[in-house]
Design a protein around this ligand. Structure first.
Ligand code: ATP
Ligand code: MG
Ligand code: MG
Ligand code: MG
Length: 564
């Protein structure tokens, strides 16, 4: 490719609206342009980077047995109503009506579509496990789209969904994806760290986020100073663990009350006479190693943070081997993910799948504990939960916790049977019994990964692409476009490199050498071959390495070997 033909509109000035480095540099270096808030056009160089990231992702997904498909972006509301998410997803969901007045949304994620698909096509345990994925645009009407590709409203995501017959199968699929993600981000040349993440689930391994460590990261990662320990968590998650470790008391006296009719949280709320639409959220934690308490809370909106009052509590007896373990491995149980400002809660059906997971299939006796029949008292439980900070002891080993900012580039998540149950996705097991699929979902932000790569690879002159995802490997720069001899030598090198499979551009523009060098540094080509008359007189050209600024002279007819 010739730079004279390449659409790479570099800018001298730092665009005013761009707060973070990747946003600034991707605009300045001519990789993208904004179409609307959080919506971008990717120009040729950016698209090449995206295709390379996608290729790495495809290879790693396929290696683990993933099969690529393409699902629709337009999704019918009915599926979302069936899963219960039409009402709970909130304003992030782009909704619209067709000409007949039917409701639709633009897919922010695809659990509903894929569960419905698999439900229709897979009927036997013999067809499992099944790993299906796609790489596609996602739509989320983010409250604050910002930082360019980092938090867009339209962005590219790889999403894979696993379908297994049981928890053991899910564990295996999850581990495969964990490994695939580790390979993907390593191959993209990124410094990253998998961390235990906020989820709505039990135990320490039900979801991990893959964090690229960078100052501009919106997430706070807490990690143990002792590398051997290896504890690392999203701060939200660490808070939950800490609050458990510091033994938050269940308010009021726990009292077993026999409730022969109550078999689920919704039945308990009915018993408590709480309108179901008020009890949208719950939080779970253990009071001791044998019991899980499910707190049912009513909502009370305070600004944007919902606080929940304790309305009631279900107590579930657990057998010893079903003791719930926190990320520390200690039997601390699980608290619903705890947000900065209070309790972030999981949906009712999620809680029920947790409860089922904890209790096992052979339903254990359940008891109702009527903690607090008067609503709207004891909201102070929420304020007991505090922010965990760096400097505090690691919940796993007691060493110091350190803090870093992270960009969430991917997440692996055990869904369990939440969607298969809600949408009726079942298969027949060996004994001919219908069972719900045990599912996992796994996302990688492709466009965000590109931005994160820039956050980790730049200097004051511009981007420094890791070779694996660089738009091109080499730029050939003839220092004068008037010298025919020199241009001819540059053309030869350019052709030889391309013929040898090295992705190469030539800056054939009638610009001053300084302008070409600046643009090449800004764009971030890993290698520059400078063709000047002085060197040519000795049969030599200069090889310049963008990352460390080092230069070496190489014979003009040996550039291909020198580059490789
Ligand atoms: P965040 O916490 O940043 O809002 P998320 O947890 O909502 O992200 P997931 O639902 O886990 O995102 O989606 C999988 C991946 O998609 C994320 O790990 C991230 O890399 C990417 N992603 C999510 N939202 C955006 C967005 N608005 N713009 C770009 N990439 C995104
Ligand atoms: Mg989000
Ligand atoms: Mg997140
Ligand atoms: Mg996530």
């Amino acid at each position: 490719m010739r730079v004279s033909n390449l659409l790479v509109p570099t800018l001298r000035e730092v665009p005013a609206e761009a707060e973070v480095i990747s946003h600034q540099l991707l605009l300045r270096a001519g990789f993208m342009r904004k179409a609307a808030a959080g919506v971008y056009t990717l120009l040729p160089l950016a698209w090449r980077v995206i295709l390379k990231i996608e290729r790495i992702i495809r290879e790693e997904m396929d290696r683990q047995g993933g099969q690529e498909i393409m699902m629709p972006i337009i999704q019918p509301a009915e599926l979302w109503q069936e899963s219960g998410r039409w009402d709970v997803y909130g304003p992030e969901l782009f909704r619209f009506k067709d000409r007949h007045g039917r409701d639709f949304c633009l897919g922010p994620t695809h659990e509903e579509i894929i569960t419905t698909l698999v439900k229709g096509e897979i009927n036997s345990y013999k067809q499992l496990p099944l790993l299906l994925y796609q790489i596609q645009n996602k739509y989320r009407d983010e409250r604050r789209p910002r930082f360019g590709l980092m938090r867009g409203r339209e962005f590219i995501m790889k999403d894979l969904y696993s379908f297994d017959r049981d928890e053991a199968g899910l564990d295996a699929s999850y581990n495969k994806m964990y490994e695939a993600y580790t390979n993907v981000f390593r191959r993209c040349g990124l410094q990253f760290r998998p961390v235990v993440a906020d989820s709505g689930a039990i135990g320490g391994s039900d979801t991990h986020e893959f964090m690229v460590l960078a100052e501009s990261g919106e997430a706070t990662v807490l990690y143990c100073a002792d590398e051997k320990c290896g504890y690392a968590a999203n701060q939200e998650r660490a808070e939950a663990v800490h609050s458990l470790a510091s033994n938050i008391d269940v308010p009021g006296e726990l009292q077993k009350v026999s409730t022969p009719g109550c078999r689920s949280v919704s039945e308990v709320t009915e018993y408590l006479n709480v309108p179901p639409e008020k009890v949208i959220k719950t939080v779970i934690y253990t009071t001791d190693k044998e019991n899980v308490a499910v707190m049912i809370r009513g909502d009370r909106e305070i600004n944007e943070i919902k606080l929940y009052n304790v309305l009631g509590c279900v107590r579930l007896d657990l057998a010893d081997e079903q003791t719930v373990r926190g990320v520390t491995g200690a039997p601390v149980g699980y608290a619903g993910p705890v947000g900065l400002n209070g309790v972030k809660l999981v949906a009712d059906s999620e809680v029920m799948s947790l409860v089922n997971a904890v209790c096992g299939a052979n339903e254990k006796e359940q008891h109702l504990v009527n903690v607090n029949p008067q609503r709207d008292t004891k909201p102070d439980l929420i304020t007991d939960i505090r922010l965990v900070k760096a400097g505090e002891p690691c919940p796993q080993c007691g060493a110091e916790l350190l803090e870093a900012k992270g960009i969430e580039v991917g997440q692996v998540f055990k869904l369990g049977t939440k969607y298969s149950k809600a949408l009726g996705g079942t298969f027949l097991d060996e004994s001919g019994k219908a069972r719900p699929f045990v599912m996992g979902c796994y996302g990688i932000g492709v466009t965000r990964t590109m931005a994160a790569a820039v956050e980790q690879n730049y200097d004051e002159r511009g981007i420094i692409w890791p070779v694996q995802i660089a738009p091109y490997h080499v730029i050939v720069v003839p220092v004068s476009s008037k010298d025919q001899n020199l241009m001819q030598a540059a053309e030869t090198i350019y052709n030889d490199l391309n013929d040898a499979g090295v992705e190469t551009v030539i800056d054939d523009r009638p610009e001053r050498a300084g302008v070409k060098f600046n643009d090449a540094d800004l764009v971030g080509y890993p290698l520059r071959v400078t063709v000047g008359s002085k060197g040519l007189a000795n049969g030599q050209v200069e090889l310049y390495m963008r990352r460390n600024g080092e230069t070496v002279l190489v014979p003009q007819d040996d550039v291909v070997n020198a580059v490789k």
